[in-house]
Design a protein around this ligand. Structure first.
Ligand code: RI2
Length: 314
């Protein structure tokens, strides 16, 4: 459908779609890098066609995974900056894109550092933490806590159907953290032995609800029943501004053969990748503004990243 000129972006979108790049933050980084690369090899010779190319890149990247506002916020920001720039030839245009992306990625790294610091303080010596799926934010917090000398155990779910729990397991073992894997359906059986639940996020809505890997809302239910506090580790950059306007976060449905390859004909299979955990189930969101209540998410985003709500306000 797209010409060979969109090669860099098409390749990146494919890797994202196949989950070779996984986790909202990694997806955002990969999408930004792909856009910068694309514009490095751009054949556009005027401002209008360069912007047209960015718009096509955006379209391809956004389709790779539906539930990824972090990626969308980042790409929209770069696109907006590009649209406001003066055209001074393709090389300086690329420099502008590169510079904007570098500043943005630096901001992402600073956000992550703060999340890691704040979150690690909640990991008590001798405690047991349950996590679901693989979140680089959660892994970062746990690694930091370990470096700070805390001795704790992690219970991790295997996370059907794509088994991202194995990525978490590998990272825990590499960091020397005591880790135990359970099947997803064992969550309730283990919840009474857990001190704290820590999960990542793919999207945060204006009401403070969190969209994360399918099964997270069940983890939250079990945690509430057992009175185990549940924290979400997430950049505010995952806030979806569309939700302010009343839109629901779209939930990606993935191929059914991930659930059962070669399933008998006539059987319907559904494979939603994410679900919504309502804010009532969330004790706090560990973000770049510190540990905040999900109720205050919109104010925090407005304070920290006004450009997410309105790029012309930057
Ligand atoms: P970080 C993952 O989705 C999980 O739902 C995880 O909690 C979330 O992204 C955030 O990951 P998937 O890509 O940004 O495995 O914390 O479908 O890395």
């Amino acid at each position: 459908m797209f010409s060979i000129e969109m090669e860099k972006v098409v390749e990146a979108a494919e890797r994202i779609r196949r989950l070779e790049v996984q986790g909202a933050t990694n997806v955002a980084f990969a999408a930004v890098e792909a856009l910068v690369e694309q514009m490095r090899y751009s054949k556009a010779r005027d401002h209008a066609s360069a912007l047209e190319e960015i718009a096509r890149a955006r379209e391809i990247l956004f389709k790779s995974r539906e539930t990824e506002p972090f990626m969308r916020n980042a790409i929209r920001f770069i696109e907006w900056r590009a649209s406001q720039s003066e055209w001074d030839g393709p090389e300086s245009f690329h420099e502008l894109i590169r510079g904007t992306a570098d500043n943005l990625l630096e901001e992402f790294r600073r956000a992550r550092q703060r999340i890691t610091e704040v979150g690690s303080r909640r990991i008590q010596n001798g405690s047991r933490i349950l996590t679901h799926c693989h979140s680089s934010a959660v892994s970062g917090i746990l690694r930091r806590a370990k470096e700070a000398g805390a001795d704790f155990e992690v219970i991790l779910t295997e996370t059907r159907p794509r088994y991202q729990g194995r990525i978490t397991a590998g990272e825990m073992l590499e960091a020397g953290i005591d880790a135990t894997m359970i099947v997803d359906s064992a969550i309730r059986s283990f919840m009474n032995r857990v001190d704290l639940v820590l999960v990542g996020a793919d999207a945060i809505t204006s009401e403070g609800n969190v969209v994360n890997k399918i099964g997270t809302s069940l983890v939250a239910l079990a945690a509430q029943e057992a009175r185990t506090p549940l924290y979400v580790a997430s950049e505010l950059l995952k806030f979806d501004p569309q939700t302010i306007h009343g839109e629901y976060e779209a939930i990606e449905e993935r191929p059914t053969d991930e659930v059962w390859p070669g399933a008998p004909g006539g059987l319907s299979i559904r494979n939603p990748a994410f679900d919504v955990t309502r804010r009532e189930y969330i004790h706090g969101i560990v973000c770049e503004e510190g540990l905040i209540s999900p109720h205050s998410i919109l104010e925090a985003v407005r304070r920290r990243y006004p450009w997410i709500l309105d790029p012309s306000g930057t």
